[in-house]
Design a binder for this molecule. Structure first.
Ligand SMILES: NC(=O)c1ccc[n+]([C@@H]2O[C@H](COP(=O)([O-])OP(=O)(O)OC[C@H]3O[C@@H](n4cnc5c(N)ncnc54)[C@H](O)[C@@H]3O)[C@@H](O)[C@H]2O)c1
Length: 301
């Protein structure tokens, strides 16, 4: 009975989902709408977000789309204010938009501007969301901030160093804010997906690849790790969020890796060291690095 009432938490609620035009964000929006929640799909890709919102509406759900760059704090605040003015409340903020950089390649190939961009979007975007919604939720007396980190926020993942840096930061922010927010009537959870079959595993629309690393190579790397569909992820993750779980790991088998890392970090680091294969070691990438004495430029996409 208690489980049933927890799962009804989405009915007649309002949620903003960043990165709602694609992949996990899209699946979360569709599943939330199917459970009776009004959803705002906020994304850099406005046209795609509008298409998803239209599909949700034709399936009987309530959805709108908004253009949002999560790195723009004022824009984020405006979106939250407009949503609350229109719907009267904000029950959920899903800080989900994220990008990858240099997937599969060692940090020696990175440019400083790529480090900065992935930090700006993945960490800065989450911070902007918290700044825009947290105090408002405290005033309301309710609300749930759900940040999408990654398993890469819990365990090492060589070949994804800049991304791992940002996702560990999102996990840290979420743990800490959860402890503070609990006394103020606000909930905080962090989603740690394993590998989910979305455009992200090929680099994503706004992600950057290191020169010499193809989208096929990154897809192949992630396909070995048993990806699941974003729809399956969303169903399971939203059940856990409804139960106010602090850390939500889906698929569940990834929990074993987190447990093992906490029990035997040295052992896990040895395995990770052994498994690291630098996809960025193509002659072009390595040659460029050696010639310039700096990281090879990431591919502009
Ligand atoms: N797919 C996976 O295997 C996986 C695993 C772990 C964590 N994640 C995380 O899940 C989240 C969603 O990723 P996904 O797999 O759905 O990828 P995706 O590429 O399908 O979707 C990401 C969305 O974010 C949007 N976006 C990017 N930069 C933005 C910005 N500055 N402002 C607003 N929107 C922006 C994109 O337009 C896109 O619609 C990310 O935070 C990612 O790090 C994904």
């Amino acid at each position: 009975m208690a489980v049933q009432s927890a799962l009804r938490i989405y009915k007649d609620a309002t949620a903003i989902i960043t990165g709602g035009a694609s992949g996990i964000g899209r699946a979360l929006a569709e599943e939330l709408a199917a459970r009776g929640c009004e959803v705002v799909l906020a994304d850099l890709q406005l046209e795609q977000a509008e298409e998803v919102a239209a599909a949700i509406r034709s399936a009987g759900g309530r959805a709108t789309a908004a253009r949002l760059d999560v790195t723009d704090h004022e824009e984020f605040e405006r979106l939250v204010e407009e949503t609350v003015a229109r719907t009267g409340r904000l029950d959920f903020l899903f800080n989900n938009a994220g990008i990858s950089h240099g997937m599969g390649a060692g940090a020696r190939h990175y440019r400083i501007e790529d480090w900065r961009r992935v930090i700006e979007v993945n960490v800065g975007g989450t911070v902007n969301g918290v700044q825009a919604a947290y105090n408002l939720m405290i005033e309301q007396g309710f609300g749930h901030i759900v940040n999408t980190a990654s398993m890469a926020g819990l365990v090492p993942s060589p070949g994804t160093t800049s991304y791992v840096t940002t996702k560990h930061a999102v996990v840290g922010l979420s743990h800490n804010l959860r402890a503070e927010a609990a006394q103020l009537g606000v909930r905080v959870s962090v989603l740690c997906p394993g590998v989910i079959r979305t455009p992200f595993i090929e680099g994503g629309t706004y992600g950057r690849r290191v020169e010499g690393v193809t989208s096929e190579a990154t897809r192949e790397m992630w396909e070995q790790k048993k990806p699941i569909s974003p729809e399956k992820f969303a169903r399971k993750a939203l059940d856990e969020v409804a139960r106010n779980k602090g850390v939500v790991i889906v698929p569940g088998f990834w929990k074993l890796f987190w447990l093992l890392f906490r029990l035997a970090p040295k052992f896990c680091l040895n395995i990770a060291t052994k498994n690291f294969k630098d996809l960025g070691r193509s002659p072009a990438a390595v040659g460029r690095t050696a010639r310039k004495g700096s990281a090879a430029p990431a591919e502009e996409r």
